[in-house]
Design a protein around this ligand. Sequence first.
Ligand SMILES: C[S@@+](CC[C@H](N)C(=O)[O-])C[C@H]1O[C@@H](n2cnc3c(N)ncnc32)[C@H](O)[C@@H]1O
Length: 204
Amino acid sequence: MDSEENERVKTKYDNIAGIYGVVDLLIPDAWRRRATSFAYDRVLEVGVGTGLNLPYYSDHCQEIIGIDVSSRMLDKAREKAAQCKTPVKLEVMDVQDLRLPSGSFDCLVATFVFCTVPDPIKGLKECYRVLRPGGRLILLEHMGSDKSVLRCLMNWLNPIAVMLLGDHINRNTADLVTGARFGTQIMEYLLWDIVRVIVAERTL
Ligand SMILES: C[S@@+](CC[C@H](N)C(=O)[O-])C[C@H]1O[C@@H](n2cnc3c(N)ncnc32)[C@H](O)[C@@H]1O
């Protein structure tokens, strides 16, 4: 794991925590509502950020643990956690190295996180480990298009996006999910094939 890149991601989100609400203006509520609708029982939300998904979790969820590498993003999440009808616990933690027991969650949610995690396969393998067999991985992510012209453009723009935003715009997150041994159950396209909801299962 490249610790310099990890530090860069953490510092970036610490620095923008106060204005992160502006980024959220680009994300329709319906996308968050759709992704969280798949969650139930004991939920781990990784990269919970400022807690923008918390208002959307249903009564089917019994407990939410939210983790993030940025303590300043989590500070912002505390207000939303206090208003959430489901009990929420927030902790600073790296998805690439979860200090959580294996098989301890029914569902794992991540929204717009795996575009920034330095080693997404390592992160997804950790997600697999902490889910119980049959547990659900629920992702709302932007990713590289399967359409060749768009993919070429995204590949070309990617170094600029990484440099300016620390955001990998051409990752094939759907393939990474399969690579981490998850069995995909649902793939919904929300904005062409660039923004998708993926629901996958820990098979073993
Ligand atoms: C684009 S923001 C998304 C925040 C929130 N999920 C949302 O939908 O508004 C990415 C979040 O992932 C967090 N993050 C990035 N790398 C991480 C890692 N390795 N482990 C845990 N959180 C991470 C960042 O600190 C940030 O809060």
